[in-house]
Design a protein. Structure first.
Length: 94
């Protein structure tokens, strides 16, 4: 289970953190970018390695993702797979 939040007001409240933690108490992160706020909470069911927002190795791309990719290579998370597909194929990778 995951919780997502997006705001263009540039404001983030602690009350929101408590609401999102009910959707996923194992991990919580947020990203502020140009007066936009993205927040994500995660419940670790299969793996604890789902910190989001997810950044590529060069911190050029950032991803918030909820879902499951079937037949995803076992060597990477779904977020890593999406970033790799985007870097390799652009929008045509989807």
């Amino acid at each position: 289970m995951c919780g997502f939040y997006f705001s263009t007001s540039g404001r983030f409240t602690l009350n929101l953190h408590s609401r999102l933690s009910a959707r996923g108490p194992d991990n919580f992160n947020k990203l502020s970018l140009n007066n936009c706020i993205f927040a994500h909470s995660h419940l670790s069911v299969f793996s604890a390695r789902h910190d989001q927002p997810f950044y590529d190795e060069g911190n050029e791309l950032v991803l918030l993702f909820n879902g499951e990719i079937y037949n995803c290579p076992n060597s990477m998370t779904e977020a890593e797979f999406i970033i790799e597909q985007y870097k390799t194929h652009g929008g045509n990778g989807f």
